[in-house]
Write a protein that binds this ligand. Structure first.
Ligand code: FAD
Length: 291
């Protein structure tokens, strides 16, 4: 398979990229790791006139903690998240999620910004970032803006980014010390996109009851989805199997996943429910191991 013909630019700064996006935005596509875009080009599902390759924009490649925030440049590779010991200590949910992305070759090339901008509701990073209440920095020659996950992810493979906008940074508030996490998914074969999954964060108060809960669902809707009813239910509860099962039931109460050859809507709802329950149990058992 070969891609359709395209013009090619390889800017080396954000400013240069924004100038090109202003000039060609509607007819151009940004090329980051290429792990989603190149297959789309080869299948002729995308036919941009021009590719703007941002791999030389080194100022977009960083991972740092400052002012209670993890800051991830859009060009940071999945493998950089995997390798970062600071990330493993401060935001282990993200490390566990990224380890489930495809295969090592995909993670060596794929970027955090590409995964976010591609907006696949079955992708691990958008779901983990949604659970973490991450915010997304977008820039264009017109200015910059900061979006929440529910503002950025519009529907399947669609974000609120305008054609002339570049995703530059993802900022993740550091979870409070002692926050436990779980990330669970189910896929048919190792490395396949998951059919359902869940990311969970649990923070307990001094009496052991839940003070804050975050649950994000994978492949449950056309975007990553927070299960706010289940989160509210968990607050004030002491964790046990019955509470986990009830929260999982509430998490899928309103979802209507799209059925396909891999599973009906009903099957997928049941799968996501099981994944939420398991992610909650995983988060709780992490707390017991740490105790
Ligand atoms: P690209 O492919 O370069 O770009 C993707 C899209 O994002 C394009 O539309 C591009 O224009 C846009 N874009 C990229 N960067 C920016 C930016 N900074 N600002 C604005 N727009 C931008 N992913 C998973 O999550 N889980 C999996 O299990 C999984 N398995 C895979 C298995 C295979 C065999 C393959 C080939 C891919 C798989 N992927 C999986 C996809 C992979 O994770 C991609 O790396 C990721 O989805 C896109 O990142 P990228 O850097 O390669 O982006």
């Amino acid at each position: 398979m070969k891609p359709p013909q395209f013009e090619y630019d390889d800017p080396s700064s954000i400013e240069e990229t924004l100038t090109l996006l202003t000039q060609y935005g509607e007819d151009a596509k940004i090329l980051a790791g290429g792990q989603s875009l190149v297959p789309l080009l080869n299948f002729r599902l995308a036919r941009p006139d021009r590719l703007i390759d941002i791999n030389n924009v080194r100022e977009l490649d960083y991972l740092r903690v400052e002012d209670g925030m993890l800051r991830i440049g859009a060009l940071t590779r999945h493998s950089a998240l995997e390798r970062s010991s600071e990330l493993g200590e401060r935001v282990p949910l993200l490390r566990d999620a990224v380890r489930l992305v495809g295969h090592v070759q995909i993670r060596n090339r794929g970027t955090v910004g590409g995964s976010v901008a591609h907006a696949d509701p079955a992708a691990e990073l958008p779901v983990a970032l949604t659970a973490l209440s991450a915010r997304f920095h977008a820039r264009s020659s017109r200015g910059s803006r900061l979006l929440r996950a529910d503002e950025l992810f519009v529907t399947h493979l669609t974000t609120a980014l305008e054609p002339d906008e570049l995703l530059t940074e993802i900022e993740v508030p550091l979870p409070a010390p002692g926050t436990r996490h779980g990330f669970v998914e189910f896929s048919r074969r190792h490395g396949d996109f998951a059919l359902g999954g869940a990311a969970v964060l649990l923070e307990s108060g001094p009496d052991g009851s839940c003070r804050h809960a975050a649950i994000a669902l994978l492949a449950a809707a056309s975007t990553p989805l927070r299960a706010s009813g289940a989160e509210q239910f968990l607050v004030g509860q002491r964790f046990n199997e019955r509470v986990a099962a009830e929260a999982a039931e509430r998490a899928v109460g309103d979802i209507n996943p799209t059925g396909d050859i891999h599973g009906s809507s009903n099957y997928r709802r049941g799968l996501v429910k099981a994944m939420v329950r398991r992610a909650l149990v995983q988060a709780d058992s992490g707390a017991k191991e740490a105790a």
